[in-house]
Design a protein around this ligand. Structure first.
Ligand SMILES: [Ca+2]
Length: 509
């Protein structure tokens, strides 16, 4: 395919294979479709190509869906998988023409070495989205002889950031966008990771061990679980819980702020200081792109469990390079960002990186936050073309702060008014839900809700999520529009969403 098909600079695209996958093919749950695999050639010889896949179902519903990646991407998003949080069926099986890419580099999502290449950073930030979209739309036109009636984007985490990226940068390409747990303030969350690493490893006794991490969530549950009227292991009334934070911290703190023994699970002042770092987030004395100078902190004392695989790690010993499991997900990712994106010095010690005064790296941070970030509140184009946006985020997310998503939403309300935002956006904040894990993991038909809104004009209100957390599989809760939360009415099964009401928080933050 010639470069002229693609709006951004490339050297065209090559189709490597196009084959019909029969409905009865082994392992195929998508019905019959034409699977097209190819690559988009970068401008520079040393830049990796973008690998993509486009799937054209034989029974097409007239719609196209681009699917986003995760982490640092680097893995081909095939478009043959279910939507996150809707495991029962795939968009392709429902008749969507689906497509995705590897974002323009190869490697598992924890690896950031592609950032040595500027064009690869640009592709990861936004370029791959537009280039893959344009190739896919051309292939859909070739395959069916017409363009899609509706085109959507859906993703979570990095994919959520990608969703807002396309709504901001390419509003005319999309009728609807799903952005879950969006990593919109990408530089912010990476610097946050560095800061928590500095608190954990740059100061004596700062690391918060697994026993302490568990004690935090246990204490929070004791104080806050019932504030939503249901002892269900979910802190749903997060804002009422926030009012109890001083009490919770006092309960957690060791006598005199010193741990009496390694076996004791109380928290020392140094450990509480590390958690305060996570709670308080970042306040930068300089601006990143789009006027950003903060990264709002996490709900540390309102239901986040930091002891899981994406948590704070399990060792007070810093390994090199830091790993997710040992030194925590946030810090390992932040360290990779400093080494690969910011300083491009793989021997750089991120524990010594001065976040408040980055000196010669300040311009670099600014430039990166423009390329890889979606904090631009100018959704004028998307609103004007009638685009619809559904965002969902776990209030217990330990990777991407839900408070950043809330802050961004409020900036949109400031800019477009509440009525203006209600006309094009829905935000669902989900209690108990972490970054893909948690005590409540909602399965829901988000794509169906978006399509009904776009196609039939039926705006989603309170929806229902069914828990797919292993221990509590099958219970349901209302998915409440922000800022409401689900409160148990006091009778009937606590496993049934019908016995909950969406009510407004006792205190708004
Ligand atoms: Ca509860």
């Amino acid at each position: 395919m010639p470069a002229s098909v693609i709006a951004l600079p490339t050297r065209g695209a090559t189709i490597w294979s196009a084959s019909v996958v029969k409905a009865a093919a082994p392992g195929n749950r998508n019905g019959e479709y034409c699977r097209i695999v190819g690559s988009i050639k970068a401008v520079q010889d040393n830049t990796p190509d973008i690998r993509f896949e486009v799937n054209l179902p034989s029974r097409w519903n007239g719609r196209a869906l681009q699917m986003g990646g995760g982490g640092y991407s680097g893995v081909l998003v095939s478009g043959t998988e279910p939507m996150p949080f809707a495991p029962d069926s795939t968009p392709l099986a429902k008749g969507y023409a689906t497509f995705g890419s590897d974002s323009g580099h190869v490697g598992n999502s924890g690896r950031a070495d592609f950032a040595a290449n500027d064009e690869a950073i640009l592709n990861f930030g936004f370029g791959h989205l537009k280039k893959t979209h344009d190739v896919a739309l051309a292939l859909i036109q070739l395959g069916y002889g017409r363009s899609p009636e509706k085109t959507y984007f859906a993703g979570g985490s990095t994919g959520g950031r990608e969703g807002l990226t396309v709504a901001e940068r390419y509003p005319n390409d999309y009728d609807g966008v799903i952005a879950n747990a969006p990593a919109i303030n990408f530089s912010g969350v990476r610097l946050m990771g560095v800061k928590v690493g500095q608190a954990s490893y740059g100061k004596p006794g700062g690391f918060v061990g697994l026993a302490q991490q568990r004690r935090v969530i246990e204490t929070v549950l004791q104080e806050c679980d019932k504030l939503d009227n249901a002892a269900d292991g979910i802190v749903s009334n997060v804002e009422a819980c926030r009012k109890l934070e001083p009490k919770i911290i006092a309960e957690l703190r060791c006598a005199n702020g010193q741990r009496p023994s390694l076996r004791d699970s109380c928290l020392s002042d140094a450990q509480l200081a590390t958690l305060a770092t996570l709670r308080d987030g970042l306040n930068l004395p300089y601006l990143l792109a789009f006027g950003v100078d903060t990264y709002p902190g996490y709900n540390v004392y309102q239901g986040v469990d930091f002891s899981g695989v994406l948590g704070l790690g399990d060792s007070p010993v810093l390994v090199s390079p830091p790993s997710f499991a040992v030194n925590g997900y946030l810090f390992a990712q932040g360290d990779a960002y400093i080494k690969h994106f910011v300083t491009r010095d793989l021997s750089y010690n991120s524990i010594g990186f001065d976040i408040a005064n980055p000196g010669r790296y300040r311009q670099r941070l600014m430039a990166l936050s423009a390329t890889v970030g979606a904090m631009n509140t100018d959704l004028t184009g998307f609103i004007a073309r009638g685009g619809k946006l559904i965002a969902m985020h776990g209030l217990a997310d330990e990777v991407i702060s839900p408070n950043q998503t809330i802050t961004f939403y409020r900036l949109l309300v400031d800019r477009f008014t509440q009525d203006g935002v209600d006309a094009f956006m829905r935000l669902y904040m989900v209690p108990g839900f972490q970054h893909g894990n948690g005590v409540f993991i909602p399965a829901w038909d988000e794509l169906g809700a978006l399509d009904r809104w776009v196609t039939d004009g039926i705006a989603p209100e309170t929806l229902v999520g069914t828990d797919i957390a292993p221990a509590t599989n099958g219970r349901s809760r209302p998915m409440c529009r922000y800022p409401a939360y689900p409160r148990y009415i006091g009778k009937g099964s606590v496993d049934n969403a019908a016995n909950f009401r969406c009510v407004y928080a006792d205190v708004r933050p």
